[in-house]
Design a protein around this ligand. Structure first.
Ligand code: ARG
Length: 258
């Protein structure tokens, strides 16, 4: 995770970002600290990467890389405003016991668009990660990569439209996907939880699950109920300040898969 020390909305690279709207960095830090402490309480070890000045979106650690079986594929950002974030990950991983680190050749925004679901990797494209990046990731990780096309600019990363709950269960927002991708999702996950427009707009799908506890924005009340019905333990958190930049729980969390 990356503390939002320099968090701000200074530019707009997704429909949620309005640089004219005031942001409160201290509030973002408080919300982020709550999330970090919650992960620790749930028994996770949280590693911190130092924020760098001039990179106001750096709190969204999920975008920095993808880590599978201890192998690290560092992002190549779509927008120049975030491009320099990649160097922080290229520096951090080799210094913290990850010898296999490479920067992606194709535009690839890390776990924003790559979600590990059991043996497979679900991969988003349409707005950020390039379609060619999917083949590169499949070759690098040696896992089947399933491409999914996003069509609604509000849900520009896969992790804003779909969350992996356990190896065989996902929840997603159907309207965010192309008809072909939706058909594929229905085939792969006939029991998926479908999010309403309202829950999707609260970034309810930007969630982190350990297979039991599902941490998600507290305002996604419909999904919280659905998750409970399905035997998960949803835990709502307030990430309203970070949502001003188009991010929430999952965006702030890069999972280090050994
Ligand atoms: N402002 C950031 C951007 O548009 C938000 C990134 C959110 N991260 C995510 N994993 N969806 O790039």
């Amino acid at each position: 995770m990356v503390r939002p020390t320099y968090f701000d909305v200074e530019y707009s690279i997704n429909p949620w970002m309005n640089p004219k709207k005031p942001t409160f960095t201290e509030l973002a830090v408080t919300q982020w600290e709550w999330l970090r402490d919650l992960f620790v309480d749930l028994g996770h070890r949280v590693e911190l990467l130092d924020p760098r000045p001039g990179l106001p979106d750096m709190v969204f650690a999920a975008n920095g890389a993808t880590v599978v079986d201890g192998r690290v594929l560092v992002a190549r950002f779509r927008n120049w405003q975030r491009a320099a974030e990649a160097q922080a990950y290229l520096d951090w991983f080799p210094a913290h016991g990850y010898p296999e680190v490479r920067q992606a050749q194709w535009v690839n925004e890390g776990e924003g668009d790559y979600l590990v679901a059991g043996e497979r990797i679900l991969a988003g494209t349409g707005f950020r990660t390039a379609p060619n990046a999917h083949q590169e990731s499949q070759d690098y990780f040696g896992r089947p990569v399933v491409g999914l096309t996003l069509v609604d600019p509000r849900y520009y990363h896969l992790d804003t439209a779909l969350a992996v709950l356990d190896a065989d269960t996902v929840m997603f927002y159907p309207a965010a996907f192309s008809p072909e991708s939706l058909e594929l999702l229905d085939e792969l996950y006939p029991d998926a939880i479908h999010a309403t427009d309202a829950d999707a707009a609260e970034f309810g799908l930007n969630a982190v699950s350990d297979g039991k506890h599902v941490v998600l924005p507290q305002s996604a009340t419909g999904l919280i109920g659905r998750l409970r019905e399905r035997g998960f333990e949803p835990i709502g958190v307030d990430m309203a300040e970070l949502l001003k930049a188009g991010g929430s729980v999952k965006c702030c969390t890069l999972e280090l898969r050994a």
